[in-house]
Design a binder for this molecule. Structure first.
Ligand code: SF4
Length: 285
């Protein structure tokens, strides 16, 4: 019997990372968006100086910063300013997650400057067919996203994120088509992701592929993915949901065992914190 790998679950805090909630504003309206709960936060406009003050204050023991939202690239100038200051005052690695709003196309040079600055950029692409991606975003794209993506420089820094989503990306054929489509563009990696906290939209990779994988909770929720019969030149990652973050997933016996072990384990040394757009700091979401 294989023993659980206690260190491979990202929820165990293997990263020491700030999440920066740069804004709640977004030009999309995804039905599964969990950020709508933050839209009543005191401010949705990023205050760069206050964010930097907070990062400088709490940075000891942290390795990374991840900008997300809402949509951080709606404030491209402020985002670049903030990242330059983080690079000036800290040794933190910087990552940005974006759905690539129209501002990125209108200000292409600025967006490329952003990619130059960061250590990694995650593009939430949704689908290879833009009509379907627009349906998921509940918006109408004002530029040719596929052309924009395929002509971006620094592709090795870019990860394409694809959410498994009920009614949109929930069949083996569509998943394989999406993976091949973005594989052909030559990005650094592709992340296939099960949604969390979203029982109405959740799609199980195991169920779609008709396979059984070890429990995401006990064996790790993020793994390198190989698909029998398919060849990709881009590394493909699979991020799965466990019973803690998605209540349509049942806990396995190995989850129960691991939870029991945690009672006797000291808290991990890893640090996590959320820096909000007004500079306030919380230890979790
Ligand atoms: S792109 Fe992200 S922040 Fe914007 S609505 Fe969709 S899930 Fe929410």
């Amino acid at each position: 019997m294989r023993l659980p790998n206690f260190k491979c679950n990202t929820c165990d805090g293997i990263y020491s990372s700030f999440d920066i909630h740069f804004t709640s504003n977004c030009d999309n309206c995804c039905s599964y968006c969990i950020d709508s709960i933050n839209r009543c936060h005191s401010s949705t406009i990023p205050d760069v100086d206050k964010i930097i003050d907070t990062i400088k204050k709490y940075q000891d023991g942290f390795d990374d910063v991840l900008f997300l939202g809402g949509e951080p690239c709606l404030y491209l100038e402020e985002l670049i300013d903030c990242i330059k200051k983080i690079k000036q005052y800290t040794n933190l690695k910087v990552y940005v997650t974006t759905s690539v709003p129209y501002t990125c196309s209108l200000n292409r040079e600025k967006f490329i400057e952003l990619i130059e600055l960061v250590d990694g950029l995650n593009i939430s692409a949704q689908h290879y067919c833009e009509d379907i991606a627009d349906e998921i975003r509940h918006t109408t794209s004002q530029f040719d996203r596929q052309e924009f993506y395929s002509n971006l420089p620094y592709k090795s820094k870019i990860r394409i994120n694809l959410n498994l989503l009920k009614s949109y990306l929930d069949t083996r054929e569509e998943i394989i088509n999406c993976l091949h489509h973005y594989d052909n563009m030559g990005f650094g990696s592709i992340l296939l992701r099960e949604l969390q906290h979203s029982p109405n939209h959740f799609v199980s990779y195991e169920a779609v592929m008709g396979i059984k994988l070890p429990s995401a909770y006990a064996y790790g929720c993020q793994t390198n993915l190989t698909i029998p019969g398919e060849t990709f030149s881009t590394p493909i990652l699979l991020s799965r949901s466990c019973s803690i973050v998605e209540n349509s997933v049942n806990a396995s016996w190995s989850d129960v065992f691991k939870s029991f072990i945690k009672i006797f384990k000291a808290s991990p040394d890893n640090k996590f914190g959320v820096v909000w757009e007004d500079g306030s700091f919380t230890e979790g979401w």
